[in-house]
Write a protein that binds this ligand. Structure first.
Ligand SMILES: Cc1ncc(COP(=O)(O)O)c(C=O)c1O
Length: 420
């Protein structure tokens, strides 16, 4: 048995499930995303245990990593899905997730998306405005298909996270203001083809201070309890996702603290809960391997130019995010303070700034850790760069997740106009 995740062997070389990373880069090239199903399973089971003493279902937040095979693997582990577009819905279907295990979240579902989701009888829509309710009502009445509706509350809570992934404050586009929830929830009961199923909340991502979750969940439960007292049915509560992970150390999220919050608030209640974890299930199970193109020195600065770039991993420049970076083969020697940058013509194209790194040379391999979530899924082809290859390690074997278009493939897809 091998340790789960990415580990060093006795020679200091990085391995996964008994395979040397260098063997994988020799076969697939770089930049290369590698996902370990062993670690995905381990993380899923930890989360499952964390919430097992309350009545609840896990809906993997597909936005974290929407590879069909990864969704399929979560499905095999028993998860449903949380989606934010009909594109993600089709990926879930391809992954074998039943529509009745799919929650459709998101602030901008368009009419076409609503119709497809309704016709396929998805589990529920988590709606974010009264306007959205009436769009769904129009389509549901026309199709004569009942829509299960959950209202996403905006509790006006600002968690300790990056502004761009904070979603529970009043000034963000997400959710329905606390004050309006009750009146809209009551309206759900008056409409044909609309079935009220509960309330939900998701205050953001990468949250470490769980007091913010506690506040949000208590607020959610208190509104739900009041509605129930007044005779309205509120069978389910959706607690969203958002648990933070440590990108800079091997520390695990405090699952015990999360379990205590969930148990304290919900153990004695009747609510059926939904959880929508994304990052904690998949982030650590992915790495991005990159090759050093060259060292570059300016008068005041040292750069390591690598073959991965912001089009493969935008988190550092978008969220000021930290990713651990180390040589694939352990090295001892002098280290320098360097910027680790990609080849894209943008100053914002960096993976790390002012980072201490052991001296490396052209063609050395580096691993960028914790690249399983919100990484490849946010890729682009900027600067006419082709996608990185992505592979999954399962039962000691590597599988390519998809065919990658070459630059010639992409040019062939462009419609060339004859300007004569
Ligand atoms: C509605 C909703 N649920 C769940 C998630 C997953 O969050 P995380 O990956 O932090 O667990 C998100 C992420 O933004 C979200 O918007």
């Amino acid at each position: 048995m091998y340790p789960s995740g990415f580990y060093r062997d006795e020679n200091g070389e990085l391995n996964v499930q008994g395979i040397k990373i260098e063997t994988l880069t020799a076969k697939y090239g770089t930049p290369l995303f590698i996902y370990d199903t062993g670690l995905i399973k381990e993380r899923y089971e930890v989360f499952q245990n964390t919430v097992k003493n309350v009545k609840g279902n896990i809906h993997y937040a597909v936005k974290a990593n929407d590879s069909v095979n990864i969704i399929k693997f979560f499905g095999k582990l028993g998860a449903g899905a949380d989606i934010v577009s009909i594109g993600e819905f089709h990926k879930c279907l391809a992954a074998g997730i039943a529509p009745n295990k799919i929650i459709f979240s998101g602030v901008g579902k368009d009419k076409n998306e609503i119709e497809i989701a309704l016709r396929n009888k998805i589990l529920q829509f988590n709606i974010e405005s009264e306007e959205e309710l009436y769009d769904i009502y129009d389509i549901a009445s026309k199709l004569k298909i009942t829509a299960n509706i959950c209202l996403r509350i905006n509790p006006d809570i600002a968690p300790d996270t990056h502004k761009k992934i904070s979603t529970g404050e009043k000034e963000t586009k997400f959710g329905i203001d606390n004050e309006d929830v009750v009146s809209i929830y009551k309206k759900l009961h008056e409409l044909d083809y609309i079935n009220p199923v509960g309330l939900g909340v998701h205050i953001g991502s990468q949250i470490f201070d769980f007091n913010f979750f506690m506040k949000a969940y208590l607020n959610l439960k208190s509104i739900a309890d009041n509605l129930k007292k007044n005779g309205y049915k509120v069978p389910t509560l959706d607690l969203g996702g958002g648990i933070g992970i440590h990108y800079d150390s091997n520390k695990k999220p405090d699952f015990i603290a999360y379990k205590k919050i969930i148990s304290d608030i919900f153990l004695k209640s009747e609510y059926q809960l939904s959880f929508e974890p994304g990052r904690i299930l998949i982030a650590e199970a992915g790495i991005l391997i990159t090759k050093v193109i060259r060292n570059k020195k300016n008068k005041d600065k040292k750069f390591i130019v690598i073959d991965a770039a912001m089009n493969n991993l935008i988190r550092p420049t978008l969220y000021d995010a930290y990713h651990k970076i180390e040589p694939v083969k352990s090295k001892i020697g002098r280290s320098n303070t360097v910027d680790i940058v990609g080849p894209i013509c943008e100053t914002g194209d960096f993976i790390a700034l002012d980072r201490e790194l052991v001296e490396v040379k052209s063609d050395d391999l580096l691993t960028i850790r914790t690249a399983g979530a919100y990484a490849s899924v946010m890729k682009s082809n900027y600067n006419a760069r082709v996608d990185a290859v992505e592979i999954l390690i399962y039962n000691g074997k590597s599988y390519k997740l998809k065919q990658i278009d070459t630059i010639q493939d992409t040019i062939l897809k462009e419609k060339i106009i004859d300007f004569n």
